[in-house]
Design a protein around this ligand. Structure first.
Ligand SMILES: Cc1cc2nc3c(=O)[nH]c(=O)nc-3n(C[C@H](O)[C@H](O)[C@H](O)COP(=O)(O)O)c2cc1C
Length: 185
C-alpha cells in the first residue's frame, strides 16, 4: 500500500481524514485533542472532545460551558492550538485555530439535536472552577444558556510523522492555499 505521508497533499488529506474520524468515532485518537489557549498567566492546555471537522470550511468545533475559563480566554485572545497524537501512524497534528464563541440563538439547533444526558455536561451548579468544599457539592444539570459552541477556523496545520529512515515535518497554511511545504524535523 502506498504511503500517504510521502506527499504534501497526501499528508493533508490524512490530517482531515483523521480529524473527521475523531468526530464520529469515540475511540479515534483525534476524538480528544489537547486544546491550548492564552491565559492571563500564560499557556493553558486541556483535553476537549472534537465535535466537528469540516475541511470545506476549514472548520472545527468544540462544545463547552460558557462559564469555563477557556471561553473567557478565547474572548480575550481567539488564537488557540489543538494537538492530536495518532499513535499508529506515528503522526503529530498541530492546528493553529482562530475561535469564535457561539451562544444564545446561534446554538439552539445544536442544543435541540443533543440528547438529554449530554446536555447535563453543560450548566452544572456552581459554575466550572468555583471552589467547593467537597466533590458532592457540585450538582450536574443542564442550565439554560450555559452551553456554547467554540467554532474554530483552522489557519495552519503542522504535521510531524515519525518514521525510518527519516521523520517528515510539513506546514500548511490557509494563506498559501494549503499547498504546504516541508520543514526540517
Ligand atoms: C476526556 C475529556 C474530554 C473533555 N471534553 C471537554 C469538552 O469537550 N469541552 C470542555 O469544555 N471541557 C472538556 N473537558 C474538560 C476540560 O479538559 C477542562 O478540565 C475543563 O473544561 C475546564 O477547563 P478550563 O477551566 O480551562 O476552561 C474534557 C476533559 C476530559 C478528560
Amino acid at each position: 500500500m502506498s504511503d500517504p505521508f510521502e506527499t504534501l497533499s497526501g499528508t493533508l488529506d490524512e490530517v482531515w481524514r483523521r480529524l473527521s474520524r475523531g468526530v464520529v468515532e469515540k475511540r479515534a485518537p483525534a476524538r480528544h485533542p489537547v486544546m491550548a489557549t492564552v491565559g492571563a498567566e500564560g499557556a493553558e492546555a486541556r483535553i476537549v472532545v472534537l465535535r466537528q471537522a469540516k475541511r470545506s470550511k476549514n472548520r472545527i468545533e468544540v462544545h463547552s460551558d460558557l462559564r469555563a475559563a477557556k471561553v473567557d480566554e478565547l474572548r480575550a485572545n481567539p488564537q488557540a492550538s489543538l494537538v492530536v497524537w495518532e499513535p499508529r501512524a506515528k503522526l503529530q497534528i498541530r492546528l493553529r485555530v482562530r475561535f469564535e464563541v457561539l451562544e444564545g440563538d446561534a446554538v439552539v439547533p445544536y442544543w435541540q439535536a443533543m440528547p438529554d444526558p449530554a446536555r447535563t455536561l453543560y450548566g452544572g451548579t456552581p459554575a466550572p472552577g468555583t471552589p467547593i468544599a467537597q466533590p458532592q457539592d457540585h450538582v450536574a444539570g443542564a442550565k439554560d444558556g450555559a452551553y456554547c459552541v467554540l467554532r474554530g477556523t483552522v489557519v495552519e496545520v503542522e504535521t510531524l510523522q515519525l518514521g525510518l529512515p527519516r521523520h517528515r515535518r510539513a506546514v500548511f497554511r490557509a494563506a498559501d492555499g494549503w499547498q504546504g511545504a516541508w520543514r526540517a524535523p
